[in-house]
Design a protein around this ligand. Sequence first.
Ligand code: SF4
Ligand code: SF4
Length: 142
Amino acid sequence: MKINARVELESIYSALDNEVNSHNNECNACGSCCDFGKFDHILFTSIPEVEYVIDSVVIPENGFVAGQCPFHDGKTCSIHKYRTLGCRVFYCNQGYKKDCAPDIYEKYYRMIKDLAFRYEIDWEYKPFLESISDFLIKGKLK
Ligand code: SF4
Ligand code: SF4
């Protein structure tokens, strides 16, 4: 990922974090929402989000458990600083989830899509685990 695109994505994530934090969502960091199988949840991500993760951390090649995020380390996220849009927006607080999260997600999703367009990053939107698996098998995202 080009350095300018990376800096811009970090700026988008920073604005997003501020907006999400203004909602005072209570989270006891139980980690359940990162256990996709048990939580019945699929985390969708775009190429810029996944590229940012891949460029920043070592992807664990072993211990890939179906339905679980490979970065789910006990109850914590081992890539917290680099986590994706969906990870940043999601909170299980029902009021926030229903009334606020969809609009916030859409707003920042559009910003990331615009960034991808301007930096000529391929656009694909699919499950995070699928993208990470593809990368481990093919050494690239597409
Ligand atoms: S958002 Fe909810 S499910 Fe996810 S870690 Fe926080 S309390 Fe647990
Ligand atoms: S990247 Fe981190 S926050 Fe996102 S699903 Fe995985 S462990 Fe959870």
